[in-house]
Design a protein around this ligand. Structure first.
Ligand SMILES: Cc1cc2nc3c(=O)[nH]c(=O)nc-3n(C[C@H](O)[C@H](O)[C@H](O)COP(=O)(O)O)c2cc1C
Length: 192
């Protein structure tokens, strides 16, 4: 059921590094993402896959996780993601200046990829906090591609629970057992 997949598809920040993810597995996921809607069907998004230890080691230090939980450092050492998909905008095709729906396209791509990964028993976290220039430089990405969102992937090894909340006082928090809690607005509070 889609509802079960959506529930499972949380933002995970700790992974079992013994579960590697191959290029072939990422390509299966991308073959789904290739068929998603896109404003004017421009399909301006291109994707850089990172699955080698070398690429992952270059990218990880450029990402920033769970700012709201600082000084807690996540992912814990030895629990980093085992692959990444970098969603890039091909500036030869479009840009945020020319296409106000580019962000929508990126969101559709991101959630589709995360759901496809979840269906395969994987999980991850969308990461927006990074320098596009540094990512381009570290991974030798062509100048015309603008890294827009990073999807970190792996086999999650942490527990996350959702709560219905009246007020969203913190974006998320962790209890003494390390369980990660995510408040969500109630159904009646999001219908206007
Ligand atoms: C566009 C976008 C960018 C995000 N960037 C980051 C990020 O840079 N670092 C991080 O730890 N989490 C990031 N997140 C994850 C959110 O913090 C997470 O979605 C939120 O806490 C709710 O948790 P949930 O995804 O389990 O519902 C991002 C999420 C989205 C949708």
């Amino acid at each position: 059921m889609l509802n079960d997949l959506i529930l499972k598809n949380r933002s995970y920040r700790s992974f079992d590094r013994s579960r590697k993810i191959s290029k072939e597995e990422l390509m299966l996921v991308m073959d789904m993402a290739r068929k998603i809607p896109s404003a004017r069907n421009l399909q301006a998004l291109k994707y850089r896959l990172c699955y080698t230890d070398e690429d992952c080691a270059k990218l990880f230090p450029l990402t920033s996780w769970a700012g709201a939980l600082r000084p807690l450092v996540l992912p814990p050492k030895g629990h980093e993601p085992t692959s990444y998909i970098i969603i890039c905008t091909d500036s030869d095709i479009s840009s945020t200046e020319k296409n106000r729906f580019l962000g929508v396209d990126i969101g559709i791509a991101a959630q589709t990829i995360m759901l496809a990964a979840t269906e395969r028993g994987l999980g991850g976290c969308m990461l927006g906090a990074f320098s596009a220039e540094k990512v381009k430089e570290a991974l030798d990405i062509d100048e015309k591609y603008i890294p827009s969102l990073i999807l970190a992937l792996g086999k999650p090894d942490e527990e996350i629970v959702l709560h219905d909340a009246d007020e969203i006082e913190a974006p998320y928090f962790r209890d003494e057992d390390g369980t990660h809690h995510v408040p969500k607005r109630k159904l009646e509070d999001i219908i206007i």
